[in-house]
Design a protein. Structure first.
Length: 387
């Protein structure tokens, strides 16, 4: 590792954190999170589980995480790992108490590198209040090694009841019986369980394209969070908010809108998009004016869907890939159609088994945090500079 530096999703990867499943618990039910059991045959008979996950599942997830970490190391990439805490303990603040925490499989949600800045996000789920702790030792080591590194932690939200709109959970009742106009109105009111009382965002709601970063307004990132980033990062990057109105539970942009490579000469840049979650029409122009092309990811593989019983992510984990450089990507081994699409686009595709990781919060991109890439603050949206 030479320095903290990552401006894009595709610069050549040099240093990365890969999560660990040790001590993982089920994500606790709380105002911002209502666990859903995917297996219909048992869903009516059991409640959402509490406490630690079974060791056998922790071990299987760790096998897949370790295998991924080894593949990256063997390619000369420095791999850091977190220091798991005991997640199976209750935590209490002046405003609330919860029976246990979650896990440290997904550093992507907690941390983002933007240029030479490491930013700790302000997550909004109570079970994740202390999830920055497993990464602090690594962050201190990076900070001590690289005197140019800047370190910012977003304001820690209270996570008190006022931060959440409980009506969200009823928002889509009878949705299908409504007229198209009513549906459109509900989808574009962008009211989520996380409201605007306090700054909050998961780092995984952000994607980077050099001088410009994009944050989706979601269940886990509010407009105050985007505004905090805009003010803190002024003179560093331009911050843009994106909306994906047809995603009823938007959370984390990396299963929806995934930049793969930048425009070069006449050749357009490529963003992998999600056919069920198109970008709001009025937000497309910036991309098209700057020679970016949207290519829809293929349908998720039937080998991975239905999702594992306790997985809380959508089937679109299929497109949750990690770029090692602008010609090399890592995808889940069952996603054959995605493999073919990417190979046709000229990518080298590395396939790894990862299904056991899904129930721990995500897939390949989620379980990583890229700390160093070979890239710079290039301007891939020159129409903005001209304006
Ligand atoms: N952690 C990524 C989840 C995104 C999705 O469920 O689509």
């Amino acid at each position: 590792m030479d320095k903290v530096n990552a401006w894009t999703e595709w610069g050549r990867l040099k240093t990365v954190m890969v999560g660990k499943a040790d001590n993982a618990c089920f994500q606790p039910n709380e105002l911002a999170s209502h666990g859903k059991i995917n297996n219909k045959s048992i869903a009516a008979e059991i409640d959402w589980p509490i406490g630690k996950k079974k060791n056998i599942f922790i071990e299987k997830a760790n096998e897949q995480l370790n295998n991924f970490a080894n593949i990256l190391s063997n390619r000369g990439i420095t791999v850091l790992r977190p220091d798991p805490i005991e997640f199976n303990q209750s935590i209490k603040t002046p405003g609330w108490e919860i029976a246990h925490m979650f896990c440290c499989v997904c550093p992507r949600d907690v941390l983002i590198t933007i240029g030479n800045y490491i930013i700790e996000a302000s997550l909004s789920k109570r079970g994740r209040f202390f999830e920055y702790l497993p990464y602090r030792k690594a962050i201190y080591q990076l900070w001590e090694k690289d005197s140019a590194m800047k370190w910012k932690a977003a304001p820690k939200p209270s996570m008190n009841d006022e931060m959440y709109w409980e009506g969200y959970w009823e928002k889509f009742i009878d949705f299908e019986s409504k007229s198209d106009a009513e549906k459109e109105k509900i989808l574009t009111n962008y009211l989520y369980v996380l409201n605007e009382h306090e700054v909050a965002f998961d780092a995984a709601d952000i994607t980077r394209c050099g001088k410009d970063i994009f944050i989706q307004h979601s269940m886990t990132a509010n407009l105050k969070g985007a505004e905090w980033l805009r003010r803190e990062l002024e003179n560093h990057v331009r911050v843009h908010v994106l909306h994906f109105p047809y995603d009823k539970e938007p959370s984390h942009i990396d299963c929806t809108f995934v930049p793969l490579r930048p425009p070069k000469g006449n050749k357009p840049g490529i963003i992998l998009t999600n056919s069920e979650r198109p970008l709001a029409k009025n937000e497309e122009k910036l991309f098209f004016d700057n020679n970016w092309q949207f290519i829809n990811a293929p349908k998720p593989s039937p080998l991975n869907y239905p999702m594992p019983t306790f997985c809380q992510s959508s089937k679109w984990l299929s497109m949750n890939l990690l770029s090692l450089d602008e010609n090399t990507v890592v995808i889940e081994e069952n996603e054959h159609d995605l493999n073919d699409l990417l190979e046709n686009l000229g990518f080298e595709v590395i396939k790894i088994p990862y299904r056991y990781v899904f129930e721990f919060g995500g897939s390949i991109h989620c379980s990583t945090w890229d700390i160093e890439r070979e890239d710079s603050a290039s301007d891939f949206f020159p129409t903005l500079s001209r304006a």
